[in-house]
Design a protein around this ligand. Structure first.
Ligand code: PEP
Length: 252
């Protein structure tokens, strides 16, 4: 059965005390509710992850990181390995976010390695893909997403794909206030599911959770999530406000 997910990406926001307090509020909110229709995940900065994972232990909310190292261990100053992330109790890691691709020059080959490290360590991967504005305007968006998935993700086995969630995030919609229309999101999600099907077969494709990300907010979430191939969202800005984030989860 395909799982619905809403994952918050805190990016580089909130100090440690603020982050822990916020995680407590999110945990309290969902623990006091009957089972949510979606799995809820908080993807925090590394500094917060141990504390947030401890707060979320035995709660209805899972924790995750926003990146991991492409190497297993050793002399890589400043890096945090997938194994270290796993040891905090976190379940997920975001790989290939457009901010990592553009500001830190992470290419398909690096992202493929990071995905391998994460899966090997027992983490689930939220693998991001999506085109920039110019690529959409010149009609290259399908080609770009196909390349990103083909080179960064599809080198993994069908068994490993059961531990992967794909997030389609058109870069022109991230943090800009511009959102893909529900039809644009559906069209790309259907295309992605077709690519998964061609590579891994229909069953794996039907089970694959595909999230939409890009200026998702309480006012547009329900319409986007109503599309048959949209299985929830990866939420940036709106995941930093309890009311907005919980309203988006309720919209699933
Ligand atoms: C994101 O960073 O993954 C994202 C979707 O951001 P925002 O919701 O702020 O556009």
């Amino acid at each position: 059965m395909r799982k619905k997910i809403v994952a918050g990406n805190w990016k580089m926001n909130m100090n440690l005390a603020e982050g822990l307090k916020f995680a407590e509020s999110v945990s309290r909110y969902f623990n006091n509710k009957p089972a949510a229709k979606a799995e809820v995940i908080l993807c925090t900065p590394f500094i917060h992850l141990g504390g947030v994972s401890a707060i979320l232990e035995n709660s209805k909310v899972a924790s995750g990181a926003q990146n991991c190292a492409s190497e297993e261990s050793g002399a890589y100053t400043g890096e945090v390995s997938a194994g270290m992330i796993k040891s905090t109790g976190a379940k997920y890691v975001i790989i290939g976010h457009s901010e990592r691709r553009s500001y830190y020059h992470e290419d398909d080959a690096i992202l493929n390695r990071k995905t391998s490290m994460a899966l090997k360590s027992g983490l689930k991967v939220i693998f991001c893909c999506g085109e920039v504005k110019e690529e959409r305007e010149t009609g290259k968006h399908f080609e770009v997403v196909k390349r990103q998935l083909g080179n960064g993700l599809f080198l993994h086995s069908g068994k490993e794909m059961a531990e992967v969630v794909i997030a389609y995030e058109p870069v022109w919609a991230i943090g800009t206030g511009l959102t893909a229309t529900p039809d644009q999101a559906q069209e790309m999600h259907k295309f992605i599911r077709q690519l998964v099907s061609e590579k891994y077969g229909k069953e794996i494709a039907e089970d694959m959770t595909i999230l939409y990300g890009g200026s998702c907010k309480p006012s547009n979430a329900a319409e986007i999530f109503s599309k048959p191939d949209v299985d929830g969202g990866l939420i940036g800005g709106a995941s930093l406000k309890l009311d907005d984030f919980t309203a988006i989860v309720e919209a699933v």
